[in-house]
Design a binder for this molecule. Structure first.
Ligand SMILES: [Mg+2]
Length: 237
């Protein structure tokens, strides 16, 4: 019974699972490099920005606001204070542009999510990031009405998932998490006794990278979200 118990709750990660995200950061980071090129090499700029972001996660959490502040802090550090007010204004504008970037839903997402909803699965979004930004992205994606709940969390560790399952009274064996990050979407859910499906995205942020491959009876990797409804159907009950 335990390993074949049917899934009735499906949670989807948002960034790089439902819509493009990481490539927006990558594009802004290349403009950031251009701004600091008079002071340092591209590699050193990337390295220092990443170090600042990691240090600042504890202060600002995930999302565009924290990233923008980390760009400013790195620019001040790498220019040894010579960065101008005008250049800082450019960085702030880059952050605001990111927040205003149109939500581009990934291919096959709308069809797959609609099919899962029509098949009677209860759907939710579980995502990290800025609360306001993520809520407006769900609304702008047009997918909002298909989800029963949208959970914006500060971290996606085992305890964070446990809290969500408890809040909605969901047994782990009835729960499937789908996402592009092995570290955040897959491993903590498997540890909790749930199922997980990995759908890789074209780019993985260094912070989400894990070295080892996943082998687990409650885990699958799919090339596309279009394969998800058939996979879920194959789990049986
Ligand atoms: Mg993601």
């Amino acid at each position: 019974m335990s390993s074949r118990q049917s899934v009735d709750w499906i949670a989807l990660d948002a960034d790089d699972t439902l819509w493009h995200n990481e490539r927006n950061f990558t594009a802004v980071q290349s403009r950031f490099r251009e701004l600091l090129r008079p002071y340092h090499s591209d590699e050193w700029i990337d390295e220092r920005l990443y170090a600042t972001e990691m240090r600042n996660l504890a202060h600002f959490g995930y999302g565009i606001k924290g990233f923008t502040l980390s760009m400013i802090e790195t620019a001040v550090e790498l220019s040894e204070g010579r960065i101008t007010g005008r250049e800082i204004a450019v960085l702030l504008d880059m952050g605001k542009e990111m927040l205003a970037t149109p939500v581009e839903v990934l291919p096959g997402v709308e069809e797959a999510v609609k099919e899962l909803a029509a098949d009677g699965y209860a759907l939710m979004v579980i995502t990290k990031g800025d609360l306001f930004d993520q809520e407006t992205k769900v609304a702008r994606s047009g997918l909002g009405p298909l989800f029963r709940h949208v959970e914006v969390v500060s971290e996606k560790r085992e305890a964070d998932y446990a809290r969500i399952l408890e809040r909605y009274n969901i047994a782990p064996e009835r729960f499937l998490m789908v996402g592009n990050s092995v570290k955040s979407d897959i491993l903590p859910v498997l540890a909790l006794g749930g199922r997980a499906v990995h759908i890789p995205y074209e780019i993985t942020w260094a912070h989400e990278h894990v070295a080892e491959d996943v082998r687990h009876e409650r885990f699958a990797r799919l090339d596309s979200i279009s394969e998800l409804p058939a996979y879920v159907g194959s789990l049986g009950g």
